[in-house]
Design a protein around this ligand. Structure first.
Ligand code: ADP
Ligand code: MG
Length: 255
């Protein structure tokens, strides 16, 4: 059944750094069309997992499937071209570049030529530039950043920079969004705007996987939750199932 193929599935995934088993056999799926929260204490292996899925790191062993397709060994730009967009906890925006140029740069340079070719195959350079400019304008509008288009990124607040970081990733039209602590350090009003945009992206059919430390936010926003602990999967399920799981309460949520 094609519709039940997960957007992302990892199985028995292992990544060691010297003697440290950063990811130690984790197994879970991200249902297609879901908003899935990835939680777990510091050091649980969440960021390493993101690096493995996006091709920044190669696993020692285990499987990584995007919509059923094995992607172990793919380079980051190939994973991006396959529809995975990933934000970083510390935004990868360029302080000395305008907001609009940051977005244009993301479309053309972020993931190398092959991603660009996939989007604009068969178009002339002028057509490509027009397509990028249109997408920049759409993305600015979508994130309510149009009034800041010509500002240097360094002039943005921390929260606005998180929005721009999301915009950077949206330039390549990802079907799976992986967000690393998108709300960390963002004020409540901008957090609400960011979450509202994430919901809109999900309503368009995009799958969302996000790391977040605010458990109440995760329980409120997600339809599926994955709990990592010591590099392994401690539990997966609905927010209600996670809240009721004794192992999760003991290891992580506290008494
Ligand atoms: P999380 O994102 O859940 O806080 P990480 O994936 O960052 O966890 O880290 C998992 C474990 O792997 C930690 O013990 C961390 O210190 C270790 N680790 C992560 N990256 C490296 C690295 N490049 N070299 C050595 N150890 C690392
Ligand atoms: Mg981390």
């Amino acid at each position: 059944d094609v519709d039940s193929t997960p957007a992302l599935a990892v199985a028995d995934l292992v990544k060691t750094f010297g003697g440290i088993r950063a990811v130690d056999g984790t197994t879970f799926s991200v249902p297609a069309g879901s908003i899935t929260g990835l939680i777990g204490p510091n050091g649980a292996g969440k960021s390493t997992l993101f690096d493995l899925v996006t091709g920044v790191l190669t696993p020692d062993s285990g499987e990584i499937r995007l919509r059923g397709e094995d992607v172990v060994g793919r380079a980051p730009h190939e994973v991006a071209a396959a529809g995975v967009g990933r934000t970083f906890q510390t935004p990868k925006t360029f302080a000395g570049m305008s907001v609009a140029d940051n977005l244009a740069f993301a479309a053309t340079n972020q993931t190398g030529e092959s991603a660009l070719n996939a989007l604009f195959r068969g178009k002339t350079v002028a057509d490509e530039e027009r397509a990028v400019a249109e997408r920049v304008a759409e993305t600015l509008d979508f994130l309510d950043l149009s009034h800041l288009a010509d500002e240097y990124a360094r002039g943005l607040s921390g929260g606005q920079r998180k929005l721009l970081e999301l915009g950077r990733v949206l330039m390549l039209d990802p079907s799976l969004l992986m967000l690393d602590e998108p709300a960390a350090g963002v004020n409540p009003a901008l957090t609400e705007k960011l979450l509202e945009r994430v919901r809109a992206l999900n309503d368009e059919g995009r799958t969302v996987l996000f790391v977040e430390h605010d458990i109440d936010l995760v329980m409120r926003e997600c339809d599926h939750v994955v709990v990592m602990h010591n590099g392994a999967t401690l539990a997966t399920g609905t927010p209600e199932e996670i809240r009721a799981n004794d192992r999760v309460v003991d290891a992580y949520l506290g008494g």
